[in-house]
Design a protein around this ligand. Structure first.
Ligand code: KG4
Ligand code: ZN
Length: 332
């Protein structure tokens, strides 16, 4: 089975080739244009996808040493994401699949993330819990079976990555803020600021980051300029502690409540070194098997889309060519 995977839901133009039961090539072009605006500008993302999609697909096939006529199908993200950005990848995939007379498989981007731990190795086996933490999403998902999912918890406001990006902005750190906070926090004292951890009524696995973000803002405003500059690493560490511990607490509670012993991470925030270290400790103590993709498969990529496409193609579940982008596509 040879599958091309295409991902253009946000600001990464990505293409990957899955060939003969392994990942052959995984190409990602991150769009630099957004850094100057401190966040993704949807219209600029769509325009950049238009410029990047054909060359990236071509170079992926070339590097994989695959002729497009060898492809058995094309998997492409059709939602959730930015409408204009999704449209570019989906239209490209449709045109190519039509021209080659091969099946098209529309993939839910979030489901793609669920498959990210299964790209390089066999990965977790259902049932398992997946914590998807990115710039746009924060979800705890129960995978009963591949294709059968239940959202156990989600953010009620900002996504985890969005909170990292916004707090980084307050600290004058570059965009995207997650890696910058992660690095700075290594030298910081996490007990410097007392920050709130949002909790909902018993048994609820939802998240909230807007209160934490506002608390950081107010505490920053109460510090004078010199103190703020001197304590930057301590502020980053205090925020990171509060942001990450709540992810861990909710995941461990959801695992226990649902009698699960495998936890998988996905999404850009899964690159966070403090989160990785703390989860390894906690899962070690409780006998939970922990799966974390390598950083290149945490952030948006075509490999996870191709891998999800393999599952659907093998089950003969393909998409109609009338498929349109679904910016608010959910699991349920
Ligand atoms: O999954 P992703 O590449 O894109 C989507 O949002 O779909 O995730 C990007 C997010 C950004 O908010 C970025 O700041 C965050 O992941 N991120 C991190 C780290 N690396 C990336 N957050 C915390 N620590 C990191 N090391
Ligand atoms: Zn994503």
């Amino acid at each position: 089975m040879v599958i091309l995977g295409i991902e253009t839901s946000c600001d990464e133009t990505a293409a990957a080739v899955w060939a003969h039961d392994r990942l052959a090539v995984n190409k990602i072009a991150s769009q630099e244009v957004h850094a100057q605006f401190g966040g993704v500008v949807p219209e600029l993302a769509a325009r950049a996808h238009v410029q990047l999609i054909a060359p990236i697909v071509e170079s992926a096939l070339l590097e994989a040493n695959i002729n497009k006529r060898e492809l058995n199908g094309i998997a492409v993200t059709y939602g959730p994401g930015l409408a204009g950005a999704l449209l570019v990848g989906l239209n490209f995939a449709k045109a190519m699949a039509l021209a080659l007379n091969i099946p098209l498989v529309g993939i839910n981007h979030m489901e793609g993330h669920l498959f990210s731990n299964s790209v390089l190795e066999s990965g977790p086996q259902p049932p398992f819990l997946c914590l998807i933490i990115s710039g746009g999403h924060t979800q705890l998902i129960l995978i009963r079976n591949w294709g059968d999912y239940q959202i156990l918890g989600r953010t009620r406001d900002d996504a985890a990555g969005e909170a990292f990006d916004k707090v980084a902005k307050m600290l004058d750190l570059p965009y995207p803020g997650g890696p910058a906070i992660d690095n700075l926090a290594r030298e910081g004292d996490a007990s410097y600021l007392k920050l709130p951890k949002a909790k909902f009524k018993d048994g609820d696995f939802d998240f909230s980051y807007s209160g934490l973000k506002t608390a950081v803002l107010y505490q920053l405003q109460s510090l004078d300029g010199a103190e703020r500059a001197r304590r930057k690493a301590d502020i980053a560490a205090s925020f990171q502690y509060a942001a990450v511990e709540v992810l861990i607490e909710n995941s461990l509670r959801a695992l226990a409540k649902n009698n699960l012993n495998q936890l998988a991470l996905a999404g850009g925030v899964a690159c966070n070194s403090y989160l990785r270290k703390r989860l390894q400790e906690e899962c070690g103590k409780t006998g939970i098997e922990l799966f974390i993709p390598p950083p290149i498969l945490c952030t948006d990529n075509g490999a996870m889309i191709a891998r999800a496409g393999k599952f659907y193609l093998e089950n003969s579940q393909t998409s109609d060519f009338s498929l349109s982008p679904k910016p608010s596509l959910s699991f349920e």
